[in-house]
Design a protein around this ligand. Structure first.
Ligand SMILES: [Zn+2]
Ligand SMILES: [Zn+2]
Length: 72
């Protein structure tokens, strides 16, 4: 998992390009990933919305970090 040190918006999960709108930032790794904000977005969902145990807030996690939480 090498991240190129350039400011190109690619999904940290599937490595595909991101548009400016259907995107979210992972609370754990800070990476951007595909998050469709509408049913007709036509983008994959590469992360999850989950509740943060300590902050009691809704946070976004990329699929990689989400999987890591479920199965450490
Ligand atoms: Zn993706
Ligand atoms: Zn992440």
């Amino acid at each position: 998992m090498e991240q190129p040190d350039v400011d190109v918006d690619t999904c940290v999960v599937c490595n595909d390009s991101l548009d400016d709108y259907h995107v979210a930032s992972c609370q754990m790794c800070g990476g951007k990933f595909h998050q469709p904000w509408s049913d007709t977005a036509g983008v994959p969902q590469c992360g999850r919305v989950t509740s943060h145990q300590e902050a009691l807030a809704i946070v976004f996690l990329c699929q990689d970090c989400f999987d890591g939480l479920q199965d450490p």
